[in-house]
Design a protein around this ligand. Sequence first.
Ligand code: GDR
Length: 326
Amino acid sequence: MPRAFITGITGQDGQHLAEFLHSKGYEVFGMVKGQNNPKLTAMRDEFPYVEPVPGDLADLPSLLKALESTQPDEVYNLGAISFVALSFNQAELTANITGLGVLRMLEAVRMVGGATNNPIRFYQASSSEMFGKVREIPQTERTPFHPRSPYGCAKVFGHDITVNYRESYGLYACSGILFNHEGPRRGLEFVTRKVTNAVARIKLGLQEELVLGNLDFKRDWGYAGDYVKAMWLMLQQDEPDDYVVATGETHSGEELVRLAFEEAGIDDWQRYVRQDQKFFRPAEVDLLIGDPAKAQDKLGWKREVDFPSLVKMMVENDLRIESARR
Ligand code: GDR
């Protein structure tokens, strides 16, 4: 049975990846931080096959112990402070966890190593936020980075140090540059889920308005369930490499809002939406659109869920959840 170790197991991608690897016959270990972490109980209920392992990306000895005790074949580093807006307020913490956390995990992988004929394979969750103020359209693996937030800066460090460990020590280390990926498991702080949840609540008469920040942005949005398959495929190749994972399409914030309201049968969405400065960021990423050609050609990866189907899936899910709460 192959063994996978995942950081960020309680997040959206950790859940999808655990489910996917379990279906492939993996033994799945999930790193859980803190004392009496409230997310642990929920994880045990929903994913009983995931074995929790204590550890923290801020603490190298804990990572060493975690890898020594689990002896994984594959390590997926999905753990991070992942909310861009929060990173402006907690920049140092973001640099420590989202940036230096990658270095600590790589160092643990290098030191624990794995069997000589079967060294540990490492996946780093890199992000389209590294492109920030984009230098090229569409963005590829060769597009220069220009991050626009402490989060983006930390992810650039994580990406570069992953490439550096591969080149310096011959680690099988891959960096997946994933564009935005969403779904029913997305946290309510992110714009897609915030919108679909508010739409459901407005439809059911539980909420009167939806307050947002800047809507003049464009994102390449895909479905998280599709994207975790690309992570796994990267670690099954002969050689480690870096890949952009994206849909190749871009949609505006306004389009997202309109579609979500329409999905719930509400056409006059402007009546319900208000903008507030408090949701604007000090610097914005205006336009992201990725070119997934390399992932398609070399990994044979392709997205299954398109943007309208994604919005529909999320609105339907929130209508179900919110109706049950009524
Ligand atoms: P992003 O996702 O920053 O792209 O990073 P998010 O959904 O937070 O923001 C997308 C865009 O929406 C605008 N926006 C708002 N965003 C939020 N969260 N709340 C609002 O009320 C709101 N109003 C407008 C934002 O300004 C932004 O332009 C996500 C994260 O998952 C990262 O961890 C990941 O690396 C990247 O995607 C790829």
